[in-house]
Design a protein around this ligand. Structure first.
Ligand code: HSE
Length: 471
């Protein structure tokens, strides 16, 4: 890749015609990892086409990286370790941030926005923690802040939520927004044919393929999806939702047995990000935002999303159900979203305006997880003798939790030889999560219970699950 590819071609003057070529839009890039490299490739390979689409050429004036010697492909005169110096250069029009993490990036982007520069960022962690400061700085300076790449990689999702659905009322978003965990769960389920792999092997493969975050605990503990859920809920419900508002469980405790149990019920296990508008205008609305692995009906469109693909199911009052599907991770897909934002900001600059901003006027409260209605699939080992089932049913009844189905499986009983055991698998009807959790805690205390093996939530997503009883 040559330096020339990132610079505008000299505009050809037209003889006998007054012609002021548009000045180049000057770009600074922060970071140059998997996504940044692809952004540079696209800027270079499509320089003329991008200039034509924008109405002005793009000129890269600098790339801030921590270790310049690791980037022999970038002309040395563009490389700097002084990110603050680059962002504050008076000739920079747009800053592209693909570093990630909260600090020092927050200060750099605030500086850029306060100076009126456009910002394209893929930084979901920062947006989910302190999107408010960035949005306020952008608003005060009339600057553009775009972040399509922060959620679901290549999938155009944030712009449809912000713009195309601006006249509708979104009621629910349920999505698979983390490619690494979807890759792992798909591999464990043997989605590509053959027997399922183990958790570790699948994670290693996802890391090798470039899907995982630098610290994969961000993926497997659900934090990446948590940040994305906060961003989605904020946009969909015009409310500032931060990562800590989003209840979060990852996939580290999902076992092959869970996946087999799901299959037996006509379900698959997926890590879901769910954002819902709950309540009503009469009693007051609130927002529920949560991330956890759940059994979903195998017939739901989200169930067939395998590998590192992401898919987001949006339900709006008038539009009905919409599904967005595509590559949610990886350098080139994420760079596609970055470039889309870059073109949008640059077009706004050429037109002399700014793009639509986010609105948080609704300012709805966030529903605590304990009050959120869910369903549990509980497997527990119990004494196999008369009256045990009645005792267990009594615990559910005392907590106001209705049982949908019960199955007893003799092979699962884990009791010692003198204490015959049985495995019970209970699926509940919908109840507040706090009541379900209290039921499980009380079950674990019973003398008749040898152990609560696993608890997994069940999400019908509007579909009946025949094996589970009612929808
Ligand atoms: N690590 C993320 C994922 C990619 O696996 O989806 C970027 O968000």
């Amino acid at each position: 890749m040559s330096a020339g590819g990132w610079q505008p071609a000299e505009p050809a003057g037209r003889v006998g015609q007054a012609f002021d070529p548009p000045p180049p839009i000057r770009l600074a890039m922060l970071g140059c990892g998997t996504v940044g490299r692809e952004v540079l490739r696209l800027l270079s390979e499509h320089a003329d086409e991008l200039a034509a689409r924008i109405g002005a050429p793009l000129k890269l004036v600098g790339v801030a990286v921590r270790r310049p010697h690791r980037h022999p492909e970038i002309p040395a005169e563009l490389l700097t370790t002084d990110a603050a110096g680059l962002v504050n250069r008076p000739d920079v029009d747009v800053v592209i941030e693909v570093v990630g993490g909260i600090d020092p990036v927050r200060g750099l982007l605030l500086d850029a926005l306060k100076a009126g520069r456009g910002v394209v960022t893929a930084n979901k962690a920062l947006l989910a923690e302190d999107g408010a400061s960035l949005a306020e700085a952008a608003e005060a300076a009339g600057a553009d802040l775009y972040y399509e790449a922060a959620v679901a990689g290549a999938i155009p999702l944030l712009r449809p939520l912000r713009e195309s659905l601006a006249g509708d009322k979104i009621v629910r978003i349920a999505g698979i927004v983390n490619g690494t965990t979807n890759y792992i769960l798909s591999a464990m389920a043997g989605a590509s044919g053959g027997a399922g792999t183990g958790y570790r092997e699948a994670l290693e493969q996802a890391t090798l393929l470039g899907y995982a975050e630098s610290d994969p605990s961000a993926d497997v503990d659900g934090f990446d999806a948590q940040a994305k859920a906060a961003i989605l809920a904020s946009l969909a419900f015009h409310t500032r939702v931060v990562a800590s508002d989003v209840y979060c469980e990852g996939i580290t405790e999902v076992t092959s047995a869970d996946i087999a149990a799901a299959e037996g019920l006509g379900c698959v296990v997926k890590l879901l990000a769910i954002c819902e508008r709950v309540g009503s205008a009469e009693v007051g609305e609130s927002v529920s935002a949560r991330v956890y692995p759940a059994m979903i009906p195998a017939g739901h469109p989200l169930a067939s999303v395998d590998g590192a693909y992401n898919a987001v199911f949006v339900e709006a009052e008038s539009a009905g159900q919409l599904m967005f599907y595509g590559q949610g991770a990886g350098g080139a897909p994420t760079a596609s979203a970055v470039l889309g934002d870059l073109v949008a900001i640059c077009r706004n600059r050429v037109a002399g305006g700014r793009g639509p901003r986010d609105h948080v006027h609704a300012n709805l409260p966030v529903q605590p997880m304990g009050a959120t209605p869910t369903r549990y699939h509980i497997s527990l080992d119990v004494d196999d003798r008369a009256g045990v089932l009645a005792t267990i049913a009594g615990v559910f009844a005392r907590h106001g939790v209705s049982i949908a189905t019960v199955r007893q499986d003799m092979s699962g009983g884990a009791g010692p030889a003198d204490r015959p055991g049985a495995r019970l698998v209970i699926v509940t009807h919908t109840a507040p999560d706090a009541a379900l959790a209290a039921t499980v805690a009380a079950l674990a205390e019973l003398d008749e219970v040898l152990g609560v093996d696993r608890v997994l939530r069940v999400e019908n997503l509007g579909r009946p699950v025949s094996a589970l009883g009612v929808a």
